[in-house]
Write a protein that binds this ligand. Sequence first.
Ligand code: PXP
Length: 248
Amino acid sequence: MSRLRLGVNIDHVATVRNARGESYPDPVRAAEAALAAGADGITAHLREDRRHISDADIDALAVITRRRGRPLNFEMAVTDEMEKIALAHRPHAACLVPERREEVTTEGGLDVVKGHNVIAPVVGRLAEAGIRVSCFIDADEAQVRASKSAGAQVVELHTGAYCEAVRHSSPEAPRILAELRAAAQLAVSLGLEVHAGHGIDYETVKAVAAIPELAELNIGHFLIGEAIFIGLGPAIQRMRELMDEARG
Ligand code: PXP
């Protein structure tokens, strides 16, 4: 099985910073530490309400990832404003996500079936600028096919439902995992690269990382939480070990 890349999402370093309206902890410093600890790339979500990552963070993250030759995965809602920002920075990748102001986190996948006519032109303009575009979707056949037809090169499968099922010892977990596997297989058969993320921790990473079609995981909240206890570098290294074991 090919090596699985680990993208580290540093949004919640900014959440802590913003809780005090201070300049620290600095998500850019966290990105530097994550890369030094073996993260393959950095993921950051510039939300429309700027509740964590700021425009200035994206400016700085674009600079440091470029300097280090590592990918920046820019998570964005499908809006004119975010498209302009993406086109100004031309990050390595853009991940299109749904966004609702009242949600605590990205609660479900992007509805590419329903939004196809709006999403496809955005994908086209971003791709034309050399940005790899992924659609963050639920593990659903119609969503995978719609992402392909919208021109995405990548789909990121939403693992939130699986991780929640495992944490609550739900009997649904194996069925949800099987759906993730089937969606990953279908995506690869259509020529898409497949990523996965949301809610992954040391326990749930094992079964997710074992899905052979996956090329990348994007993990944030758990790693930032774990960093409080053991430090960001060791938390990332432990996650990396578990991913490698799952693949081995
Ligand atoms: N991938 C995407 C597209 C996301 O929106 C998020 C959450 O911002 C993640 C991965 C990481 O999820 P978590 O912070 O739960 O690990």
